[in-house]
Ligand binder design. Structure first.
Ligand SMILES: *Cc1c(COP(=O)(O)O)cnc(C)c1O
Length: 416
């Protein structure tokens, strides 16, 4: 019997059967047939500490004893209040307001709407958004508009709005990026949106904190709102809780999702500075921030996120991340001298490298071949074209990762 389920980012005419997962445990997916598959990409970047962290699972069970979804206009609840207060304690200082939604894409949509609302309500109707080439901010029409254009959104291009693009700051090309941002900012755009330190879906492209700091300074000088999309980079991936910390910057608007609940449940927040809230605070109802999702601030998801904050307080998460970063560095280092690979790179817990191939790019035939190659070795590694990366949950061990790197070397042998 064929399944009626239409899976995401899946060409069903070419894909094999989906693997039914019976349970998850730590860094692994356990299939119905008993195979233990290493989750080398944290189930698309959401699982931070590990699958089914006991404290987060317990918090979810506990929350279901008293609350399910409640309307969040006119009403509130303790998990949302406590979580907002807890987030402001750990977020870059100067962010004062927390708006809830339910996915990374909605957190970015909210950020863009906050930015435009800010300008409209303060009497200057700015609407242009500046973005970085190779960015990814989600799959809704608005977030695709501010992301890189390509095969993924070609069909929808007529609906996407125009943005101003600055080049990715590849090593040696940093000045061109800063000059382009400077030029774009002189034309009074509403905001600049960027993924701090690592551009995920664009190919795990990495740049240095000093560049992030310089881009932020340019925006600040021109009064252009700076939106940090930390949906992927947040919650420790880059070696600090938030990537912005490494540049010592405070964005005007910060988007968080994925690891916010440790990856257990869907939840997102958009944090902003007081001036953005104040621009919407008025006895004039037309200045209201007109946005809501049905599942805004789901209490069970908020309880999971609160438990995640407690894990960060109660467990040596920072030390775990540092150790994972060092282990990733040790295991990827030999590839720096391997002529079959290039752009060997690491930022915090994320390690990536490009397999030299004539047929590169996301749709490169090589991607599915590699994916299958790894899967036969019980490894979930999902290449972005010819880019291979490992972004495992923080509970992963050396014994888990060594075979993964051996498989990457074996893949290059097999292709040679
Ligand atoms: C995944 C991602 C998003 C979108 O998040 P969803 O929860 O999939 O909607 C937005 N921005 C970045 C940087 C992401 O990696």
């Amino acid at each position: 019997m064929t399944s009626p389920v239409w899976h995401p980012f899946t060409q069903h005419a070419l894909a094999g059967a989906m693997i039914p997962v019976a349970r998850t445990q730590g860094a692994h997916l356990v299939a119905e047939d008993g195979r233990r598959i290493l989750d080398g990409i944290s189930s698309w970047w959401v699982i931070t500490h590990g699958h089914r962290h006991p404290a987060i699972m317990a918090a979810i069970r506990e929350a279901t004893q008293s609350l399910d979804q409640i309307i969040f206009a006119g009403f509130t609840h303790a998990p949302a209040e406590q979580l907002a207060a807890g987030l402001l304690k750990v977020a870059p200082p100067g962010l004062t307001r927390v708006f809830y939604s339910d996915s990374g894409s909605t957190s970015v949509e909210v950020a863009l709407k906050m930015a435009l609302g800010f300008w409209r309500n303060t009497g200057e109707a700015r609407s242009r958004i500046v973005v970085m080439e190779a960015s990814y901010h989600g799959d809704t029409i608005g977030t695709m508009s501010v992301g890189e254009r390509g095969v993924f959104n070609a069909a929808y291009a007529p609906l996407l709005f125009e943005v101003e693009r600055i080049p990715f700051p590849a090593p040696g090309r940093e000045e061109a990026t800063l000059a382009a941002l400077e030029a774009a900012c002189t034309e009074a755009p509403a905001a600049f949106i960027v993924e701090p330190l690592v551009l995920g879906a664009g190919g795990m492209l990495m740049y240095k904190p000093d560049l992030l700091k310089a881009m932020h300074a340019i925006c600040a000088r021109h009064g252009v709102l700076f939106i940090a999309d930390e949906v992927m980079t947040g919650w420790g991936r880059t070696g600090t809780r938030f990537a912005c910390e490494q540049a010592g910057i405070v964005p005007d608007i910060l988007c968080l999702s994925k690891g916010l609940t440790g990856g257990a449940l869907p939840l997102a927040v958009t944090l902003c500075k007081e001036a953005i809230f104040q621009a919407h605070y008025s006895d004039d109802r037309t200045k209201t921030f007109f946005h809501s999702s049905s599942y805004t601030a789901n209490p069970i998801a908020c309880a999971a996120a609160l438990a995640n904050l407690a894990v960060w307080d109660d467990e040596p998460v920072a030390a775990r991340i540092a150790a994972l970063g060092a282990l990733q560095e040790e295991l990827i280092a030999p590839f720096r001298d391997d002529p079959r690979f290039e752009n060997v790179r690491r930022c915090g817990t994320i390690a990536a490298l490009d397999l030299k191939a004539r047929d590169a790019g996301y749709l490169a035939g090589i991607g599915p071949l590699l994916y299958d190659f790894f899967l036969t070795r019980d490894l979930l590694i999902r290449p972005l074209g010819n880019t291979l990366y490992l972004m495992p949950p923080y509970c992963v061990t050396r014994a888990d990762l060594e075979p993964a790197y051996a498989a990457i070397a074996a893949a290059a042998d097999a292709l040679a």
